[in-house]
Design a protein around this ligand. Structure first.
Ligand code: ADP
Ligand code: MG
Length: 369
């Protein structure tokens, strides 16, 4: 979480390694006959106008429920996917329109670690061979040097060099995830994108792997984008967190601000849903109700309004709030909620709509699906 880089901006922050602006990724829907007849052009708006910055040496977390667009965002900003719109700058290079050959050096410098490390390992090859392969593909090393590098990495992540000869099915889940880390680090990347890297592991193993991930960052000067649905997990590794809901970022800021002073009702519901959270817990908010919205036809105005315990009649359904600074906090703490415009007194005296009112709201908005 520290960096050796000496180029900082006016606020003494490390340089931006990745900067995505207004990024969108829409997937075309399989069109039915009626859609074709009536000329409707519908799509899944998985990521719908996101700004995201990762500075050198830092870890930025993306959290949100399943289906909120986290994986699509990670894959789009790293150009595994082609963006539908927006700009993506990696180390001062615009990469949003890059293709094929232009992306090759980016593939080497940006690596992925997935929930299931088996997806990156060939079941018929030894794990050593799988880890060594990118060295050949990217022309980085060959011969004895190649195997030396792989052996060093195995030891770095707490495996033994003799385990290079094992096949994936011979290893435990935790060992495989360590191999997954070797596979990602072997090309000496600048940015590693973790997509739910510990979600398949039990809590003890999670802690071990998260510690390892933190140590590797310091040892190799890495920047991380860390995707997880689990706030307890992101808390252990992230400097800053962005909360995603229905393809948009609804709140972002330094990890402590998100936990100690959450502003968006969605962030508060997520925090309330996790056990033993410290002072960020507001005992008065209700658990999150209802289902995540349709990504094809998201609710009008604030996309969270049908589920929001603090719904303000009219405004929330009619007008989409944009991210704005949270008073009194670090200027990097922003939330997109109409309540931020209200005075503290007004907020304190606000009575959320009753359950039945909300059910009506919810029903009327799901009719639109
Ligand atoms: P998360 O990682 O937060 O669970 P995803 O990015 O996987 O969310 O998915 C966001 C939305 O985009 C979901 O509605 C999902 O069904 C849809 N989606 C993801 N990938 C594709 C795809 N390749 N084609 C069509 N829809 C997709
Ligand atoms: Mg995902």
């Amino acid at each position: 979480m520290s960096t050796s880089d000496t180029t900082t901006d006016s606020q003494n922050r490390p340089p931006e390694l990745l900067k995505a602006t207004n990024v969108k990724k829409h997937f075309p829907l399989e069109e039915g006959l009626l859609d074709r007849l009536f000329g409707e052009n519908r799509s899944v708006r998985a990521v719908d106008g996101v700004d995201l910055t990762v500075r050198a040496g830092e870890t930025v977390g993306i959290v949100g429920e399943s289906g909120s667009g986290k994986s699509t965002l990670g894959r789009t900003v790293s150009r595994l996917y082609e963006p539908t719109d927006g700009s993506i700058v990696f180390d001062n290079e615009h990469i949003e329109t890059y293709s094929g050959r232009q992306l090759r050096p980016i593939r080497r410098r940006v690596q992925y670690v997935f929930q299931d490390p088996m997806s990156a390992l060939n079941p018929r090859k030894t794990v050593g061979e799988s880890v060594a392969r990118p060295l050949t593909v990217h022309d980085i090393a060959s011969g004895p040097e190649k195997w030396e590098r792989v052996a060093d990495l195995f030891e770095e992540v707490g495996l033994s060099a003799s385990q290079m000869g094992a096949y994936p099915h011979e290893l435990s889940g935790g060992q495989r995830q360590r191999v997954g880390l070797c596979r990602a680090l072997v090309t000496e990347p600048d940015l590693v994108i973790f997509d739910e890297p510990v979600s398949a592991l039990d809590v003890t193993l999670q802690a071990q792997i998260l510690n390892l991930i933190n140590r590797l960052q310091r040892d190799f000067d890495l920047s991380y984008l860390f995707i997880s649905h689990d706030l307890n997990v992101v808390r252990q590794v992230c400097d800053r967190i962005a909360v995603m809901y229905a393809g948009e970022i609804v709140e972002r800021g330094p990890t402590t601000d998100i936990f100690e002073n959450p502003q968006h009702p969605y962030t508060r519901s997520l925090l309330d849903a996790i056990p033993q959270v410290g002072s960020g817990k507001r005992g008065d908010s209700e658990p999150l109700r209802g289902e995540p919205p349709s990504a094809t036809n998201p609710p009008s105005g604030c996309r969270f309004h049908p589920r929001c315990p603090e719904f303000i009649d009219g405004r929330c359904a009619g007008e989409a709030p944009s991210l704005q600074s949270v008073d009194g906090d670090d200027s990097d703490h922003e939330a997109a909620c109409h309540w931020l415009d209200r005075s503290a007194a007004e907020r304190a005296s606000h009575t959320p709509p009753s359950r039945s009112e909300r059910e009506i709201i919810q029903e009327s908005s799901s009719d639109a699906d």
